[in-house]
Design a protein. Structure first.
Length: 521
């Protein structure tokens, strides 16, 4: 990202009025959904539900980290309320420290006594002071509190092979080397487990404005020197392309195949499709509901085309396609620091999240890790905080509802008579669905109704299985931009949802603009 406006430090929440829409009419004939439970597909890696926490705005400082001396209850400096809520949604993986920030981050600034750490300027995000209070040890405290894995993003832009190689040694060495002993002196005896390590970020933009070939040359050089004991060796990630550009996937999968575990890809959903005026997070017209969903559904095309490129150079599917930044990006809320990327989060965001989950499940053979941008207070966040207060967003609820899909085995399904939802020339499928067999043996089904005006009837069947009931939860509301505020923190939250089977089949009504996740009993 090269074009973020810098602003002054301020933080205020501004909420627009909700927009009511009629939503009870049924959209036409029933949709027929058939799950083929006899043909299990790829396992949905739990890391598809990964998060991203960058040194950006109040994403870390204030939103997650308050420091051990804060009056806000915390453990080792991390807010108990926020960590508790994130644990409850089973965060499997956290990417840190950026983003664009990663390519200007020097890890040695973030170790040792906190009061002695150098204060830097966060040049990417608002020009604010970066205290370096959160560094390597603090980050691992967070992931260990969450029970999550760690994804560390290295600095290729202003760093070096030596700096990254020393960071890996510091984190992962079980030897008595000076760096491993420095880690011990700083409080950590055992090596840290780094699940993934990326060499740079957005090398085509904020990470150094490189060409794919130049990046590939640098990657090959740097990766050579990243050594770790076998049991601590992270999966190595090459920072790839974005949007419609397939060149990065092509060049990197061809040239780095022997030296990488996967190639990253970034795609953000912007309602207008234009970076200059993206569209508002709340108070939008139905035209921006459909354009947002239509733009997010382009993720399917991106996954299909990038996977095809990877298939060309890696037919054995050794490489992962890691979507390590995705989500909605709106105009920042009025009165907030433009460099902090704070935006409200509505039912529309939950629908966006669910549509992306369904796409990632369908490509689980190649898409093995993703990170929504970002975890707290930044872009499409799970949680919004204001001083000691915290609220859960609709996106949080979508992630939490989809927990049974983490590590489940995807199942093919067919949708017949799936009517289009159409408005002013824009048109998208009315229903999006995904099914999987979870580790507990249960079959789960997720359904999204993209139409904000009409409920849809879906006739569900699983050949060879007599369905007794569908039981789970629904997330919906009367308005497209329903959202939680500190005055009404539970305005939108999941509700119980069930339907009873008749003759082994079940017909279920999915409300307008809704996300449903059910166990098939
Ligand atoms: O998520 C915000 C920014 O978006 C990241 O720092 C960067 O990688 C991307 O452009």
């Amino acid at each position: 990202m090269n074009h973020i406006p810098r602003g002054t430090l301020s933080f205020a929440l501004s909420f627009a009025l909700s927009l009511p829409l009629a939503g009870s009419a049924l959209a036409g004939e029933p949709v027929t959904l058939t799950i083929d439970a006899a043909k299990p597909g790829a396992v949905i890696n739990k890391d598809i539900y990964g998060q991203f926490a960058e040194h950006l705005g109040t994403g870390i400082y204030g939103g997650l980290w308050v420091g051990p001396k804060s009056k806000i209850p915390n453990t080792k400096g991390w807010r108990n309320d926020v960590v508790g809520a994130l644990k409850a949604m089973h965060v499997p993986l956290v990417r840190w420290p950026g983003g664009c920030f990663a390519d200007e981050y020097h890890w040695k600034d973030g170790i040792g006594a906190r009061e002695k750490r150098p204060v830097k300027v966060n040049a990417n995000w608002g020009g604010v002071e970066e205290s370096n209070a959160v560094g390597t040890h603090e980050f691992f405290d967070l992931v260990e509190l969450l029970g999550a894995d760690a994804y560390v993003n290295g600095n290729l832009g202003t760093g070096s092979a030596q700096e990254m190689s020393e960071w890996i040694e510091y984190m992962t060495s079980d030897s008595k080397s000076t760096l491993a002993n420095l880690r011990r002196k700083n409080g950590r005896e055992q090596p840290y487990k780094v699940a993934y390590f990326a060499i740079g970020n957005e090398a085509w933009g904020c990470g150094g404005n490189m060409s794919p070939d130049h990046y590939a040359d640098l990657y090959r050089n740097v990766e050579t020197f990243l050594r770790a004991p076998a049991q601590y060796r992270p999966k190595m990630i090459a920072s790839g392309g974005n949007d419609n550009d397939l060149t990065w996937s092509d060049v990197l999968s061809k040239r780095l195949k022997q030296q990488t575990d996967g190639i990253s890809f970034h795609y953000y959903t912007i309602p207008t499709g234009k970076w200059e005026v993206k569209g508002a997070a709340t108070g939008f017209a139905e035209q921006e509901w459909i354009s947002t969903l239509s733009n997010t559904l382009r993720m399917e095309e991106h996954m299909r085309k990038n996977s095809a490129v990877l298939d060309k150079h890696d037919p054995e599917k050794k490489l992962g396609l890691f979507v390590d930044e995705w989500g909605t990006w709106y105009d920042v809320e009025k009165g907030t620091n433009a460099g902090f990327l704070f935006q409200q989060n509505t039912l529309r965001d939950a629908v966006v999240a669910a549509l992306n989950f369904n796409i990632f499940h369908a490509h689980a053979d190649r898409v093995r890790m993703t990170n929504i941008a970002q975890m707290v207070n930044v872009l499409q966040s799970m949680i919004i905080t204001d001083k000691d207060k915290m609220l859960l967003t609709p996106t949080y609820h979508a992630f939490e509802m989809y927990v049974p899909f983490q590590g489940a085995t995807s199942l093919p399904l067919t949708l017949a008579n799936n009517q289009q939802y159409t408005l002013d020339g824009a048109s998208i499928p009315g229903i999006s669905a995904s099914a999987a067999r979870a580790a507990d043996g249960k079959l789960y089904l997720a359904l999204v109704n993209t139409n904000p005006r009409a409920a849809a009837e879906v006739a569900v069947s699983v050949p060879g299985v007599a369905i007794k009931a569908l039981r789970g939860r629904v997330l919906t509301a009367n308005t497209m931009d329903a959202h939680n505020t500190f005055a009404a923190p539970q305005a939108i939250k999941p509700a119980a949802f069930s339907a009873t089977g008749v003759d082994g089949k079940v017909s279920v009504q999915i409300p307008a603009k809704a996300v449903v996740v059910v166990a098939v009993e």
